[in-house]
Design a protein around this ligand. Structure first.
Ligand SMILES: Cc1ncc(C[n+]2csc(CCOP(=O)(O)OP(=O)(O)O)c2C)c(N)n1
Ligand SMILES: [Mg+2]
Length: 337
């Protein structure tokens, strides 16, 4: 029932063929856009241009992109967690509106009320993050129930971390989704840590996806730094859900390159470990595949990279020029009518 998915070179070739060069290059562009957004977010935080804390997803770009492209963003639903900038961009979010939200501006996705952790894009069925670890897992189950009651062929992609998989709501959510065959893909982004807690110290099983056995649903672990592998696995899970067969638990093995949040001194890991994972950079891996297919030269890659950073600079200029929310509107959205 549980398996470690391995992407064969043959399957990788088939998937690339299905994408085609133009779309594959767009994937690379968007992965660079996530990286550039995150690096700029870190810089802006240092300059005091955002409020509250933030959680960066540098190193986890392939997981966000592979999962988002395997479902129909805007038609299907997304629920993610606090480390959500990359998910929002992968889902098709506008970086200008995201940057405005990040900087607390009225033009932002949530009118500046959400900030870094709550950049939802409801117009595209991205229902956003939840500050409560494990909270989004329950909400994804609720969305799955809503889809089932309405009888559409939509699915819900619920993304959470390894830490969330050790909370009570995770059990309640997966059990309920299983007994009711809800169309949910539970994607656990195992980035090896929940704050300072390393996964091997928090789990006595080799794969988090093994938990699926307890709920009678399929479980798969995949290399979360490999865009094509994540895409393939989530595509199958989405089809399974659409066929009325219920949820799947997918574990995507990846790594967060930065600290948990800005106040993290990272005393729980070595520089060598970080370097080992940086050598498995998801962007370099995907670009390498494209180069091997003859679809990307070094010069083209550099142009794509630079364009991503330019787009983010433009987003910052846009957000900088936007007004702060009017104090008189502070209570709007706090209470439902
Ligand atoms: C219910 C609850 N407990 C604790 C916290 C504090 N907290 C915020 S993020 C986090 C770790 C989450 O780790 P993981 O789920 O692996 O996600 P990651 O940060 O690694 O992406 C914790 C304990 C919280 N926000 N909510
Ligand atoms: Mg984690």
């Amino acid at each position: 029932m549980v398996n470690m998915y391995t992407l064969s070179p043959k399957r990788a070739g088939e998937l690339l063929e299905t994408f085609g060069q133009v779309r594959a290059l767009e994937v690379l562009e968007r992965m660079y856009l996530i990286r550039a957004f995150e690096e700029k977010a870190e810089e802006l935080y240092g300059l005091g241009k955002t409020h509250g804390t933030m959680h960066l997803s540098i190193g986890q770009e392939a997981s966000a992109m592979g999962a988002s492209l395997a479902v129909r963003s805007g038609y299907d639903y997304l629920l993610n967690h606090h480390r959500g900038h990359g998910h929002c961009i992968a889902w098709g979010g506008e970086v200008q509106l995201m940057m405005a939200e990040f900087m607390g501006k009225e033009a932002g996705y949530c009118r500046g009320r959400g900030g870094s952790m709550h950049i939802a894009d409801v117009s595209r069925n991205n229902l956003g993050a939840n500050g409560i670890v494990g909270g989004g897992v329950l909400m994804a189950t609720g969305v799955g129930l809503g889809i089932k009651l309405r009888g559409t062929d939509q699915v819900c992609l619920g993304i959470f971390g390894d830490g969330a998989a050790n909370t009570g709501p995770f059990h309640e959510a997966l059990n309920m989704a299983s007994i009711w065959d809800l169309p949910v893909i539970y994607l656990c982004e195992n980035n090896q840590y929940a704050m300072s807690m390393a996964v091997p110290r928090a789990f006595n099983i080799p794969y988090i996806s093994l938990r699926s056995v307890a709920y009678g649903i399929p479980g798969v672990t995949v290399d979360g730094n490999d865009f094509l592998a994540v895409f393939d696995v989530i595509t199958a899970a989405a089809q399974h859900a659409r066929d009325g067969q219920g949820p799947t638990l997918v574990e995507s093995l990846t790594y967060r390159w930065r600290g948990h949040s800005k106040s993290d001194r990272q005393l729980y890991r070595t520089r060598e470990e970080v370097k080992e994972w940086q050598a498995k950079d998801p962007i370099t891996l995907f670009a390498g595949r494209l180069a091997q297919a003859g679809w990307l030269t070094d010069a083209q890659q550099e142009t794509i990279r630079q364009n991503a950073y330019k787009t983010i600079e433009e987003a910052v200029a846009f957000a900088d020029a936007c007004p702060e929310p009017d104090l008189a509107t502070i209570m709007e959205g706090v209470y439902a009518d």
